[in-house]
Ligand binder design. Structure first.
Ligand code: ATP
Ligand code: MG
Ligand code: MG
Ligand code: MG
Length: 483
């Protein structure tokens, strides 16, 4: 089943259960001081749960563009190194605002997965909150009893507060959740460990796909719980992971969400994406595979953020976007040997593929392409200069350890990323004095603090010991570094 159809099946199914289908909220949040990007389906409905606004319908379903690169949910460092965490992904969700509860939500989830999508029942595991006496929260007997009608008991896993209990904060709405995991191991692998209950922490191919949260209680200031007068359901399912299960692959990158992008990178670089096995980055072919995963993932995040109005910049959300793009450029530069801009060429592929469901990406295609190309051009120049300087450092270095202060100079003056310095040194048989680098960084921070009083509105004044130079009204060199 094509990814387009997977999405449509989900929305049609919940429409048939009386849900109003709404569009995704923008990925970038402009009016929420607590959150930079949408990182889950429920963010756009927060006010309904808090009772500050009334929804158009008490049953809603959608697919939400999410970004998990900052704050409480930050998956950035995993991206490329596993095959099922992305920066940007779609979260399919259904909601009940004071309407249906566990008795409907869990059987519907099961019906959708096993009857509509016809996923193999034997490969599904579910988890239920085990309870926590110290925190006054009971075992979720109701969810357990509902699941028992569908799932053998040895595949109902009891989960702890960290994984199976949701709370908005120290006070306010909270409740148990129940997750659904899918086992994508081969039959042989499964036979070898039969009878053993798994969740994805135990095996990389047993993957969480759907989380059902039941907002059942209100936590009061004294820590005690009371039943909420109106109970709510909030669910989130990883769209790309569901496509993986539906397309019989063991990696999100082998689904049609990613293969057109991967093929384009192969065409541009002449390299081949060969394997989803996640191994050490020190092997040559793994470097290629990891870099390709990073690039096809990151271009989606950056393209959708720009299409939703967040340009790369040096502050706030714009800086996060710039860093994601620079991470992609750096992986290409280092592991795919791409010395010319090329990521911008992926935007056309993305627009073709996603434009029907998300028209914003087609509408903004020109802008997105240009912005990415310009960012690539300027950061590649930085990388190139830095590399030459690093060659000089290596040629004149005494011994096999490069002083931290030298690496800091490259970082501070030219924006050359420290992890890239470390990597290149390692490849050439040198090591980096990391403690020296950290010390130089600390010293620079105290110098900038001391110097910050002498800036006027538009011009930054260069004072002794402060490396900041004026490069434009909205950009200073020391802000432009990536860390
Ligand atoms: P995981 O444990 O795999 O990190 P999670 O528990 O953090 O997932 P939830 O917050 O429960 O995820 O989000 C609901 C669903 O969204 C998950 O069940 C998963 O299918 C999907 N999901 C979460 N994070 C990502 C991500 N970084 N990339 C792709 N899908 C994701
Ligand atoms: Mg997570
Ligand atoms: Mg989880
Ligand atoms: Mg979860």
């Amino acid at each position: 089943m094509k990814s387009q159809d997977v999405r449509k099946q989900f929305l049609d199914f919940f429409e048939s259960k009386g849900h109003l289908i709404v569009p995704s909220a923008p990925i970038v949040l402009k009016d929420d001081p607590t959150l930079m990007f949408n990182n889950s389906g429920m963010a756009q409905f927060k006010e309904y749960f808090l009772g500050n606004a009334t929804p158009k319908s008490n049953r809603i379903a959608d697919t939400q563009k999410c970004l998990r690169v900052s704050g409480k949910h930050n998956d950035l460092e995993d991206v490329g190194f596993d095959t099922y965490h992305h920066t940007m992904f779609e979260m399919l969700g259904n909601w009940s605002f004071g309407d249906y509860f566990k008795e409907e939500a869990l059987p519907w989830a099961w019906e959708f997965l096993t009857e509509v999508l016809k996923l193999d029942k034997d490969r599904l595991y579910v988890s239920v909150f085990e309870g926590n006496e110290a925190e006054n929260v009971p075992f979720d007997q109701e969810a357990f009893d509902i699941w028992k009608q569908f799932v053998p008991e040895d595949r109902i896993i009891l989960g702890n507060k960290k994984d199976n209990f949701w709370e908005m904060g120290d006070q306010g709405p909270c409740g148990p959740c129940s997750e659904i995991h899918i086992d994508l191991r081969t039959d042989e692998e499964r036979a070898a460990v039969s009878g053993r209950s798994l969740v994805n922490a135990d095996h990389p191919q047993v993957v969480e796909i759907w989380n059902n949260v039941f907002m059942e209680f209100n936590r009061k200031a004294d820590g005690s719980l009371e039943k909420l007068p109106a109970q709510h359901v909030d669910t989130g399912m990883g769209f790309e992971r569901l496509c993986m299960a539906m397309q019989n692959t063991t990696s999100n990158y082998d689904t049609d969400v990613f293969t057109p992008l991967i093929e384009k990178v192969e065409e541009i670089t002449g390299l081949k994406y060969t394997s989803n096995e996640v191994k050490d980055i020190s092997e040559e072919q793994n470097k290629t595979n990891i870099a390709i995963r990073v690039i096809v993932d990151h271009v989606r995040a950056v393209a959708f953020a720009i299409a939703d109005g967040q340009l790369p910049s040096n502050t706030g959300a714009g800086y996060v976007i710039r860093r994601i793009l620079r991470r992609a450029i750096r992986y290409g530069f280092t592991f795919l040997n791409t010395k010319e801009p090329f990521i911008f060429k992926l935007v056309a592929v993305l627009a073709d593929q996603m434009g029907e469901f998300f028209p914003e990406i087609k509408k903004q295609q020109g802008l997105v392409t240009n912005v990415i190309r310009e960012e690539e051009t300027s950061f590649l120049r930085t990388l190139d200069q830095g590399l030459q300087l690093l060659d000089n450092v290596i040629a004149t270095n005494q011994g096999k350890e490069v002083p931290g202060a030298k690496a800091f100079e490259l970082y501070d003056t030219f924006g050359f990323p420290i992890d890239l310095t470390a990597l290149i040194l390692r490849e050439r048989g040198f090591s980096l004095d990391e403690a020296g680098f950290d010390k130089a960084m600390q010293e620079q921070k105290s110098r900038s603090r001391a110097a910050s009083e002498v800036s006027t509105d538009d011009w930054k004044i260069l004072v002794e010991g402060n490396t900041e130079t004026f490069v434009g009204y909205d950009q200073t060199e020391s802000d432009a570094k990536i860390t």
